[in-house]
Design a protein around this ligand. Structure first.
Ligand SMILES: [Zn+2]
Length: 86
């Protein structure tokens, strides 16, 4: 009887331990648990920054204007002016 209680306590501890729950969830989904940053995009996470090829100011890659050569620029004016350093 004591063994049964100890086993029940162990099972409950396993079920309610956060780390073990992650492992169980990963095993059930058939893949190792990925880091939270890769599981889903988090708006609070920093975005990739690229430097303007003309003035060097950093801006989010999604906001950058790209010229034919694939160089990022901070604004249309700088894109037309071209890269400062060839
Ligand atoms: Zn610029």
């Amino acid at each position: 009887m004591l063994k049964f209680l100890l086993l029940a306590a162990l099972v409950l501890w396993l079920l309610y331990s956060p780390g073990v729950r992650k492992l169980i969830r990963g095993a059930l989904s058939g893949e190792s648990a990925p880091p939270p940053s890769q599981a889903k995009p988090d708006p609070a996470q920093p975005v990739a920054m690229v430097p303007c090829a003309h003035c060097g100011v950093h801006l989010p890659a999604s906001d950058a204007l790209v010229n034919d050569a694939g160089q990022p620029f901070c604004s249309e004016a700088h894109r037309r002016a071209g890269p400062r350093r060839a």
